[in-house]
Design a protein around this ligand. Structure first.
Ligand code: 13P
Length: 260
């Protein structure tokens, strides 16, 4: 997907049951118009993915898995594979901070999941970000560097075209303390510079990089206006169809196409 299109992903985390999810999508479909310059993606709980896949119009919304296992099939009780998600979702979150910190996912797990997503035609959204402690120690760029190398090992430059990076500082997630746009800009520049180092200038220019962490309808525009930022990964504010639709509208108005 080219960078002239903003990508807005709503990560519902472990919220909304089947009935609530269906009602939400019904409401959102009425609130959000199709825009050529915005791609809207919903990441509901795995339980609701299949029923929502039948309910949504894929030209209006796409679906993302919040998580999946990296093997394609086998004796892995309780897991869902990217192969099984193929045809239902178009994206898969990988390495979200809650997966890293609550479920102890390692870079090894994360890069296997990136590979599994690519192998099964899902676009991996590789989430990276520093903790408050790492930021206070001046380690932000080093952490981003390590997490990028950890997640992207084995990804070719051709495969990188399918990868989305989400910069989500851990301290900004669910805390109400969203990062300052200048700090986001700096971090995203560090990410692009690392991609340039690994894959060259063209890949660094083309890769989509999102910001996530306590984004609201009020703060969204400040990030969408940053030239290096290609969209948002929204948690809490995506749980309300109306608030999320306001964020989507900002992406449309704030896009380079809309301003022409
Ligand atoms: P919040 O928007 O609730 O801070 O969550 C961000 C996030 O983790 C999205 O993946």
């Amino acid at each position: 997907m080219a960078r002239d299109k903003k990508l807005i992903i709503g990560n519902w985390k472990m919220n909304l049951n089947m009935h609530e999810a269906s009602l939400y999508v019904h409401q959102l479909a009425k609130l959000v118009k199709n825009h050529r310059d915005v791609e809207v993606v919903l990441a509901p709980t795995a339980l609701t993915l299949q029923s929502l896949s039948l309910q949504i119009n894929y030209r209006q919304f796409k679906l993302a898995a919040q998580n999946f296992y990296w093997r394609d099939m086998g004796a892995y009780t309780g897991e869902i594979s990217a192969a099984q998600l193929n045809g239902i979702v178009q994206y898969g979150l990988v390495g979200h901070s809650e997966r890293r910190h609550v479920f102890n996912e390692s870079d090894k797990d994360i890069r296997a999941k990136v590979q599994a997503a690519i192998r099964n035609n899902l676009r991996p959204v590789l989430c990276i970000g520093e903790t408050a402690f790492e930021r206070s120690e001046g380690e932000t760029a080093a952490v981003l560097h390590d997490q990028l190398i950890g997640g992207l090992a084995n990804v070719t430059s051709e495969e990188l075209k399918e990868v989305v990076i989400a910069y989500e500082p851990v301290w900004a997630i669910g805390s109400g303390k969203n990062a300052l746009p200048d700090d986001v800009s700096q971090a995203v520049r560090a990410i692009r510079s690392q991609i340039k180092h690994l894959y060259g200038a063209k890949s660094a220019e083309e890769i989509q990089v999102l910001y996530g962490g306590s984004v609201t309808a009020d703060s969204a525009k400040a990030y969408l206006d940053l030239p290096d930022v290609d969209g948002l990964l929204v948690g809490g504010a995506s749980l309300d169809a109306h608030a999320f639709s306001e964020i989507v509208k900002k992406a449309h108005k704030g896009s380079s196409l809309a301003n022409k």
